[in-house]
Design a protein around this ligand. Structure first.
Ligand code: GDP
Ligand code: IMO
Ligand code: MG
Length: 430
């Protein structure tokens, strides 16, 4: 059955939204399965730039249905403002088009306050979270004391559950962090208001998607974050609190493994990361300025959700091979190749070195990266602006060699190369 899973292979912001938008042209439905509004996915269609945090990027196409699965954590205020923003931009959003799982958990003002307090308490060892309440919401889910979307169907039960939740949060804020408690009564009013607005969107996403797939409809599972931010497989503890990797799509949508057709990895032509944590190929010199940009262009490397400058570095093939393995990636989409134009030299990290030994894959996953030195293969760059290239032959020879090296060293097929942020700025490779 035709489920395609789109996964970031790095630390997020690989251009997943842009690739989902391309694939959604031929899909019937697009579904988010993990994370929350810590994600920021950009879709550029002519002069319009959409920045989506919770609603799947595929909604920008008028023919798709959009789903938010049980694996997602939902800040109802963000969801409602995103619905409004999309409507203002002329995109239809209504309960026959957007379906939110009854089993998805809520992010509340309590989770936001806890995220802030926890990060402040971590001091120098802070994770650099997006402060969107993600960690505390998933913590409540695992502790079996979370608030699920389905509660919104029953105002009385929801009010009771909210009151208990905010009381518990206040105890933690006061006793553990010596922080100000939240005012519970106005929050109850606020959240009961959200429930009235969101109730019509609550659905059985697992059942709807299974039905669609059994009828042969094509469904895209839109990954958020990236492999190296995965709670189990990422650079722990500098990770997010969910499973963005491919199996997370099945768990987070309520689907079985037999549905999967392709697992498509999205890889930026260089490496970026926001927040703290190891980054073996990070650079700080003029190359860093070139890769990051000044912030003048919408695609420059400044966070879509937080505006923070992203850390940048050379493409790390050790970590890419790892991502291909843990996700079972069948093909890659390479993005932002245009940004490499004009550099003097390109470098690919082909292995690591530590204690006089060479490593082709991280020995215990990517947790001990600090002690590894990258080994680089240097490659010639190109000067031409490649944004108007539409065919493989249009690319400069050095750009083609760069792509072929990645394919060879990772034993993977690159089926798409993105050379600009707009929908049409892409080379499809047979
Ligand atoms: P996501 O979180 O993986 O969806 O990625 P983001 O949207 O956070 O960041 C990717 C940024 O790069 C966005 O501003 C995109 O519009 C932009 N982008 C995507 N692909 C390309 C490309 O091939 N070239 C350029 N110049 N920008 C791109
Ligand atoms: P998209 O979907 C980049 C990072 C944060 C931080 C860590 C934990 O746009 O690729 P959290 O708020 O999740 O508890 O923060 O994860 N992070 C992202 N980095 N892109 C994202 O999403 C991210 N979502 C979370 O910066 O380092
Ligand atoms: Mg992003």
């Amino acid at each position: 059955m035709p489920l395609d899973i789109i996964i970031g292979t790095q630390w997020g912001d690989e251009g997943k939204g842009r690739i989902v938008d391309l694939l959604a042209a031929k899909a019937d439905a697009v579904a988010r399965y993990s994370g929350g509004d810590n994600a920021g996915h950009t879709v550029t269609v002519a002069e319009k730039i959409f920045k989506l945090h919770l609603i799947p990027s595929g909604i920008v196409h008028p023919h798709t249905q959009a789903f938010i699965g049980n694996g997602v954590v939902i800040n109802p205020s963000t969801l409602l403002s995103e619905i409004d923003q999309l409507r203002q931009a002329g995109i239809e959003v209504h309960p026959k088009r957007l379906f939110v799982s009854y089993a998805a958990h809520l992010i509340t003002a309590g989770h936001l306050a806890l995220d802030r307090a926890q990060e402040a308490a971590r001091g120098a060892s802070k994770i650099g979270t997006t402060l969107r309440g993600i960690g505390p919401a998933y913590t409540d889910k695992v502790a079996r004391q979370g608030l699920r979307m389905e509660l919104m169907n029953d105002e009385k039960r929801f009010a009771e559950a909210l009151r208990e939740h905010f009381q518990r949060v206040n105890q933690t804020l006061q006793k553990l962090f010596d922080a100000e408690p939240l005012s519970i009564e106005p929050l109850l009013e606020e959240y009961l208001g959200y429930a009235r607005s969101l109730k019509p969107y609550i659905a059985d996403v697992s059942a709807l998607l299974s039905d669609a797939l059994s009828k042969g409809k094509r469904v895209l599972a839109e990954g958020a974050q990236g492999t190296l931010l995965d709670l189990d497989h990422g650079t722990y503890p500098f990770v997010t609190s969910s499973n963005p990797t491919a199996p997370g799509a099945l768990l987070g949508l309520g689907l079985g493994a037999a549905c999967v057709d392709r697992v498509i990895g999205v890889t930026k032509a260089f490496q970026t990361r926001v927040g703290a944590g190891p980054f073996p190929t990070e650079v700080f010199d003029q190359t860093a300025q070139h890769l990051r940009g000044s912030g003048a262009n919408p695609w420059d490397e400044f966070g879509t959700t937080t505006g923070r400058p992203r850390r940048v570095g050379w493409l790390d093939l050790v970590l890419l091979r790892y991502a291909i393995r843990v996700n079972g990636i069948s093909e890659l989409a390479l993005t932002k190749l245009d940004i490499l134009s004009g550099l003097e030299e390109l470098k690919l990290c082909i292995a690591y070195q530590a204690n006089g030994k060479r490593y082709e894959v991280p020995p215990f996953g990517p947790t001990q990266l600090e002690s590894f030195q990258p080994l680089y293969k240097s490659m010639p760059a190109w000067k031409e602006n490649i944004r108007s290239c539409r065919h493989w032959e249009d690319l400069p020879a050095n750009a083609r060699s760069y792509i072929q090296q990645i394919e060879k060293l990772c034993q993977v097929r690159i089926s798409r190369v993105s050379v600009g942020p707009e929908r049409g700025d892409v080379i499809e490779i047979d």
